[in-house]
Design a protein around this ligand. Structure first.
Ligand code: ARG
Ligand code: ZN
Length: 873
């Protein structure tokens, strides 16, 4: 663990390094309790620097064996903190180091570490310095040659970035393999693997006719779960050629599955390393959600080969340059593969559930942060998902053709370079002729803009006007906020839901149907309207803003049932549910307003809707979404009471329909993962869930258990199990959970699912979570296990914010325990406490006390410190 007082790094202090590294030559010799790393860095002084400054290299936990410049041993050096300082005597030299490291003891899962019996690496953002001394920053780009040596029988597979060039045997039953990566890259894209892995082979012929070997490596017991990822990979490769004209460059592309991994996956050049849970799947053990996620992550990491690797980030403040753009690209891919509206609904739901609260809390930061203490804390939904929204808005504003021209220009101009978000936007400006100066506030201003809308109809003049006023609340460190460029994709509808033609005096683009707001206040007048239209605004969620529009209930109902923009039907239905719930919460009432039932009824009866859209329209806003909309003095118990009352009312009122749907949507066909089938299963699961809600409903529970028992795919199995687990029948739930564990205890992904199922269920307590953490299958050094138990618990609003309020202290304790092992993972759980200020006084005080406890109980990592200090500031 890093132990010094963390320092703040600022974007405005960016300066090029004094030296560059042209080529990096590594030999990694793996032994049982240590690894020897030999590095030879061919360096040259930065031309713009005068004199011969000292060379300051990053290095963490390095046991120095020897250091040299060319063939001269370095005797004078300073290695203190996490930096090695040496004095070069020429402008050009080879810096050589031999160091020892201890991957076996590395529980941070950063640098070189052991995942089970496999050695693997994770270098983004600053892990390479745990492997050897280096200029560990993304603007230092070098070609790499990597030789790995290890015991041959235990580590038959030796991998690194690039193309394989040599392999052979060594003395004492050891062997080696050498890999060369001809493309310059920063150290964060380095990877190496040594293990006993099986491999699935395939190949891909690129658009120019080059044949690429594709390989997915997994531990032998997981060999049967790699087919889907391989297929997703090939589809991603084709898609990037067709959509973005991006061809793969090396001769080989590899994916390795690792059981111990801090995040989803990593785009190391030619050698992606994946969390097992983000790559391994088969019908029997992976649900539709899982397939969807795997496909998106495989695509995401593959797309990084261009947006991230060939063109990379100048510094970590530019993280969204590669992440926002790549999330945007993987979203387009998923939309093309499946259903664009369904994908949009899921993305917006995720953004509102996670990013809006982040923007509204103490750790709010811009898409391009201005400063950080620990960069690992900035792999956030703001940088990723809001960053993707920002790219999407550029697409909306410049149009499809210019957007792709701009992307082409970006990839050509900056190939092999480390650049900034400004460089990206400049390409879009250049091709479109549009000035995006004001637009760039989306990168620099934190917070979610609030757009207030008012409408007026003048029957005499047959004119209709919309007034928009935008505002942005102060966020930590940013008090002055300026108006944003907000694209409002819109239509005006008549009562039947038909679109009316638009004749207006505003900045409206008739081709894209986008009205662009640039001022704090904008009024737009629409002419030739014989009756008051129903406005359908922010279609497809055209901007990541909060909207405050007190629209007539009848109009919202029209949108929820008739809008031709299906996303907006979803949005309108959500608004009806949300307004109803907020009303119930503020009045303490448990009576569901009639309009809610009307929406449910109309949706159930609508034959034109796909199953997936129906399921989306019938899903209530989450508890978290309610918190986010109330924003102050939140009473958690009232929220739960109101939402549960509505859920139960819908369950009861339509129980015959739920039963019928659950039965009618059953299928005995072989499992297929596609949008239609996934939609069917989702709606079936939802119907079954509602049907099983009523206390003592044994017909429903029998149906759910039957679905579980007969299932030959994981989605059906979980739909059945979830319905019972969330019912009031504890003994039946426990029996089924035990059966699940006994049947699948040898399958890691299934055990993780089993943990999550419980931690996410109603009625779980601190005691039951503690018990799960004592379970034989639990392992606190394994992030997936921790996420499935503790992560499930903190997202389980109802249980986490139970009346006792004892979960906060418990989580604080676990954060401290984890911090000693894996700071990156520990820090991710602080989010559960950080928004303490929005809660009612008593609860807020408990949450705050838990944060203070973290701060006051010993040496904390910079990761946890930064988050907790900000939360308490
Ligand atoms: N670049 C990886 C991805 O988005 C994630 C790396 C996350 N790194 C971290 N330190 N949290 O595909
Ligand atoms: Zn990424």
């Amino acid at each position: 663990m890093k132990t010094e007082t963390p320092v703040t790094i600022r974007l405005k202090d960016y300066k090029q390094p004094d030296y560059w590294i042209k080529n990096t030559k590594l030999v990694i010799r793996i032994f049982d309790d240590y690894t020897e790393v030999l590095s030879e860095l061919s360096m040259v002084k930065n031309e713009s620097v005068r004199g011969l400054p000292a060379l300051v290299l990053d290095g963490v936990d390095q046991q120095i064996q020897s250091l040299a410049f060319d063939n001269f041993v370095i005797t004078e050096y300073d290695y203190s903190g996490e930096q090695l300082t040496v004095q070069p005597t020429a402008d050009e030299f080879v810096f050589k180091a031999v160091t020892h490291i201890e991957p076996e003891k590395n529980t941070s899962l950063e640098g070189l570490y052991k995942s089970g019996s496999t050695y693997c690496t994770q270098c983004e953002a600053e892990g390479f310095r745990k492997i050897t001394f280096y200029l560990d920053r993304p603007d230092v780009m070098a070609t790499f040659s990597t030789r790995i040596e290890a015991d041959k029988s235990r580590f038959p597979v030796l991998l690194a970035n690039g193309n394989p060039v040599e392999a052979g045997d060594l003395d004492s039953d050891r062997h080696f393999a050498t890999w060369e990566d001809p493309f310059v890259k920063p150290a964060y894209l380095f990877a190496a693997v040594a293990g006993d892995l099986v491999r699935k082979d395939d190949s891909f012929t690129t658009c120019s006719g080059r044949e690429i070997s594709l390989r997915i490596f997994a531990e032998p017991h997981n060999a049967h779960k790699t087919d889907f990822a391989m297929d997703a990979l090939k589809r991603s490769m084709r898609w990037d050629e067709e959509k973005y004209g991006r061809e793969y460059d090396l001769d080989i592309f590899m994916i390795v599955a690792s059981d111990y991994f801090n995040m989803g996956a990593m785009e190391n050049k030619g050698l992606n390393i994946f969390n097992s849970a983000a790559v391994l799947a088969n019908a029997d053990t992976a649900s539709d959600d899982r397939f969807e996620r795997i496909e998106a992550i495989v695509a995401h990491e593959y797309f990084h080969n261009w947006s991230g690797n060939r063109v990379t980030c100048r510094d970590w403040f530019q993280l969204s340059l590669k992440e926002g753009f790549t999330v945007y690209r993987d979203g387009q891919f998923t939309s093309d593969m499946h259903d664009a509206t369904v994908k949009r609904i899921k993305d917006v739901r995720f953004l509102k559930n996670t990013q809006f609260p982040e923007d509204n809390g103490p750790n709010a930061h811009p898409v391009q942060p201005q400063e950080y203490m620990e960069i690992n804390n900035f792999y956030t939904v703001t940088v990723y998902e809001k960053g993707a929204e920002v790219v999407g808005m550029i697409h909306t504003l410049v149009g499809d053709e210019q957007f792709h021209k701009g992307a082409d220009l970006y990839f050509e101009r900056f190939d092999g370079m480390a650049v900034t978000t400004n460089d990206f936007v400049a390409c879009m400006e250049e091709v479109s002729g549009m000035d995006l100066t004001q637009f760039k506030r989306w990168y620099t201003q934190a917070g979610t803009p609030l757009v207030k809308v008012e409408e007026r109809y003048d029957a005499e003049q047959q004119q209709y006007s919309l007034s928009f006023s935008q505002s942005l609340k102060t966020t930590p460190g940013q008090s002055e906020k300026l108006p944003m460029v907000i694209p409002v994709k819109m239509a005006l509808l008549n009562d039947a839901g038909d679109e009316l033609s638009i004749d207006c005096d505003g900045n409206f683009n008739p081709e894209t149907r986008v009205l662009t707001l640039t001022e704090a206040e904008t009024t737009v007048t629409f002419s030739n309207l014989a009756a008051k239209p129903v406005p359908s605004l922010f279609r497809d969620f055209s901007a990541p803003v909060r909207v405050d529009f007190n629209q007539a209930e009848g109009d919202i109902f029209t949108l929820a049932t008739k809008d031709s923009n299906t996303y907006n039907r979803f949005d309108a239905a959500q608004k009806i549910y949300l307004d109803a719930l907020l009303g119930m919460i503020s009045s303490g009432s448990e009576a569901t307003p009639a309009i809610v039932e009307q929406v449910v009824e109309a949706t159930l009866a609508d034959e034109s809707l796909s199953h997936a859209i129906k399921a989306a329209l019938l899903t209530l806003p989450s508890y978290q979404m309610l918190v986010d909309n109330i924003q102050q003095n939140v009473d958690a118990e009232l929220i739960v009471k109101a939402r549960d009352a509505m859920r139960n009312r819908i369950a009861e009122q339509f129980s015959a329909q739920w039963q019928q749907l659950a039965e009618q949507l059953a299928s005995a066909e072989d499992y297929q993962f596609n949008a239609q089938e996934a939609g069917r299963r989702e709606l079936q699961g939802l119907a079954l869930g509602y049907f099983a809600l009523m206390t003592g409903n044994s017909t429903a529970l029998n149906a759910a258990e039957a679905l579980y028992r007969a299932a030959h795919n994981q989605t059906d199995r979980l739909n059945g199990l979830r319905a019972v687990v969330n019912s009031t029948n504890r003994s039946r739930a426990n029996a089924m959970l035990n059966h699940f564990y006994d049947s699948w205890k040898d399958d890691t992904q299934m055990v993780e699912t089993w943990f999550s199922m419980q931690s996410a269920s109603d009625g779980v307590s601190v005691d039951s979570i503690s018990a799960l953490m004592q379970h034989e299958a639990f392992d606190i050094t394994n992030p997936n296990k921790v996420r499935s138990v503790l992560g499930g618990f903190i997202s389980n609003f109802k249980s986490f914010h139970n009346s006792a309020g004892d979960a906060y202290d418990f989580v604080a304790e676990k954060i401290c325990e984890l911090d000693a092992l894996n700071p990156q993972m520990a820090s991710r759980f602080v989010v559960s406490l950080e928004n303490w200020k929005v809660f009612s006084e008593k609860r807020g005080a408990l949450m705050k006390a838990a944060l203070e406890k973290i701060l006051n109980s010993g040496q904390r990592s910079p990761d946890v410190l930064e988050k907790v200090q900000k939360a308490l500031a």
